[in-house]
Design a protein around this ligand. Structure first.
Ligand SMILES: [Zn+2]
Length: 134
């Protein structure tokens, strides 16, 4: 943190603002925790572990809405949509449903996700019927 959020005074390492006396320990702690979760999310994203990356970025954002964490959330959403199209095209239903779940965590339920859910429901039943009749 560079400046006091209350009075905008420059801050050193102190957790008490030297100008207005605001107690900043809690804020500084939140920022640190937000940074730690962001780094967990970044590492998991690099390793393709969405089951960790998605909740970690949400946790980071819950402590502080930093531009970096918002950027990562946007990146994850884009990447997950790409995965969703690929998994549907390849008929990997369990993976498609997992991806849909991560997107729902990041964006909340919306019309697009609801339609995908429906489509995957139909197609996976169809492919199960087709493969059992082989
Ligand atoms: Zn201050």
């Amino acid at each position: 943190m560079q400046r006091c959020p209350a009075c905008n005074a420059r801050l050193g390492a102190a957790t008490l603002c030297p100008r207005c006396g605001a107690e900043l320990k809690q804020i500084i702690l939140s920022e640190r925790v937000a940074e730690q979760w962001l780094s967990v999310s970044l590492q998991s994203t690099g390793g393709g572990r969405m089951n960790v990356a998605v909740p970690a970025v949400l946790r980071s954002l819950s402590f502080k809405q930093t531009p970096a964490a918002k950027l990562l959330r946007g990146f994850l959403v884009q990447r997950l949509y790409r995965t969703l199209y690929v998994t549907v095209a390849e008929q990997c239903w369990p993976e498609a449903l997992d991806t849909l779940g991560y997107l729902r965590m990041l964006e909340g339920q919306n019309e697009t996700l609801r339609r995908f859910d429906e489509m995957i429901g139909h197609l996976s039943v169809e492919s199960a019927v087709n493969s059992s009749s082989d």
